[in-house]
Design a protein. Structure first.
Ligand code: THU
Length: 138
């Protein structure tokens, strides 16, 4: 689980990333920040495209940033959006995050509210090619 200090650091990084969102079509801005097992922070925003289905969510952008920097063992994620209601990660992002930590805690700040999720609750019975005895901490 993330402690309060870690959550605040991730919130700052997620807000900074959110300010870079490219979302001319939906107008929705999202920022996500992920902490790795060494305390490193990796952030991402949503990036939309004229070919709508090519849009990437903030959560997957942050996860891919982390992996590209060699980080593994995700410890927790904070997500911020400027939506009126408190949100949760989309199905595609759940599956991508599950690959690296099926029990990832995810704290969502939106609509003036905060909600904490465990990925294992959001995505039970995930698709997996990983053998039970293998870890993803490699
Ligand atoms: N979006 C995210 O970045 N994260 C979510 O958890 C859900 C949706 C983005 C994708 C798109 O740019 C916009 O929000 C509207 O769907």
């Amino acid at each position: 689980m993330l402690d309060q200090h870690e959550t605040e650091k991730l919130l700052t990084a997620a807000r900074e990333a959110m300010s870079h969102a490219y979302s001319p079509y939906s107008g929705i801005q999202v920022g996500a920040a992920l902490m790795d097992s060494d305390g490193g922070i990796h952030a991402g925003c949503n990036v939309e495209n004229s070919s709508y289905s090519l849009t990437i969510c903030a959560e997957r952008n942050a996860a891919f940033q982390a992996v590209a920097r060699g980080a593994r063992g995700f410890k927790g994620m904070v997500v911020v959006s400027d939506t009126a209601e408190v949100q949760s990660p989309c199905g595609a992002c759940r599956q991508v995050l599950w690959e690296f930590n099926p029990d990832l805690p995810i704290v969502f700040f939106s609509g003036g509210r905060t909600r904490t999720y465990l990925l294992s609750e959001l995505l039970p019975q995930a698709f997996s090619l990983i053998e039970e005895e293998d870890t993803v901490d490699g």
